[in-house]
Write a protein that binds this ligand. Structure first.
Ligand code: MAN
Ligand code: CA
Length: 307
């Protein structure tokens, strides 16, 4: 029999007994039960007690059956719920740990960004310093060569001038120095207490060739790459060349075909680097006559200080 059926029957029995006991109107007019009913009521109460006992036993049996059936399930449920609690706690710990790790990561990222910024500016500063170092190295080399020349000339020439046999020579080799006509070049030498160079010996010719050989012909008109020297045609005496000290030219180191007085307009002499591409030129053939108005480099000379 199903549990619900048992309950229904029990309830039915209980209702019947109750009705018998309470609801029957076997009372006297003054409300007292009639004397012949009293025994019946006692019997009914006894039956009701027995019935309740049966119900109690039935419920006990049902309870033990239910406990037997659902007890392990309840235990499992308890176990699962405690595991769930444990998992919840672990999960919350993990979230907390994750948040902490994120904070640390963000701080580290900020540090990395800062460091990379510093690295970039340090790199920039480093490159700037490198440029300055290179520029200073160039200046140091230029100063060193001036010092060397000064030492080589035993202090007899100004810095930047070269000594040969008690004569100091100046070569404006740098391309930053503007070119000048023969007259302007001479003025420039005179301002330094010097004059345009006189090359009246093989030794001087070789020395000067060596000094200007670093200047290489690059492109353009070769005749504009020379250095004016102190040699000029005498006024109205075509073909007569004289040095600035008034002496006549005896030995010239002209290039092949020179002087040619090109266009009848070449009265000033210039010396050219022997590295010049004009094939026939050698160290002893490096002069050319050119128009005095040409803008060229030049060579000054002055007497060296006493040794
Ligand atoms: C040519 C030659 C030279 C001359 C120059 C002048 O190169 O004739 O002798 O001096 O032109 O520009
Ligand atoms: Ca010429």
């Amino acid at each position: 029999m199903e549990n619900s059926d048992i309950s229904k029957n029990l309830l039915k029995g209980f209702k019947g007994t109750y009705n018998e006991l309470i609801c029957q109107d076997d009372f006297s007019t003054d409300g007292h039960p009639l004397p012949n009913r009293q025994d019946q009521q006692q019997v009914s109460l006894g039956m009701l007690s027995a019935l309740l006992l049966v119900v109690d036993i039935g419920l006990g049996v049902q309870y033990s059956k239910v406990s037997e059936k659902y007890g392990p399930l309840y235990q499992n449920l308890t176990h699962i719920s405690s595991e769930l609690e444990h998992l919840r706690a672990t999960h919350s710990n993990m979230i907390h740990a994750k948040e902490e790790a994120l904070t640390v990561l963000q701080k580290e990222l900020q540090k990395v960004n800062k460091t990379s910024g510093q690295l970039g500016s340090a790199k920039h500063t480093g490159m700037e310093l490198q440029r300055q170092v290179e520029s200073l190295q160039g200046q140091k080399m230029a100063l060193q060569s001036s010092v060397n020349e000064f030492v080589e000339s035993c202090g007899r020439c100004l810095p930047g001038w070269k000594l040969l046999n008690s004569v100091c020579y100046y070569f404006p080799l740098s391309n930053s120095i503007p070119l000048k006509t023969w007259d302007r070049s001479r003025d420039s030498c005179i301002k330094k207490g010097a004059d345009l160079a006189i090359i009246n010996s093989e030794e001087k010719q070789e020395f000067i060739n060596k000094a200007i050989q670093a200047l290489r012909y690059s492109s353009g008109s070769w005749h504009l790459t020379g250095f004016w020297i102190g040699l000029k045609e005498e006024e109205d005496k075509e073909g007569t060349w004289a040095w600035l000290d008034g002496t006549k030219l005896t030995q010239g180191y002209w290039a092949d075909g020179e002087p040619n007085d090109d266009m009848n307009n070449e009265d000033c002499a210039a010396i050219y680097s022997k590295n010049h591409p004009k094939a026939s030129w050698d160290a002893m053939k490096t002069w050319n006559d050119a128009p005095c108005r040409y803008a060229l480099k030049w060579i000054c000379e002055m007497k060296a200080k006493a040794a």
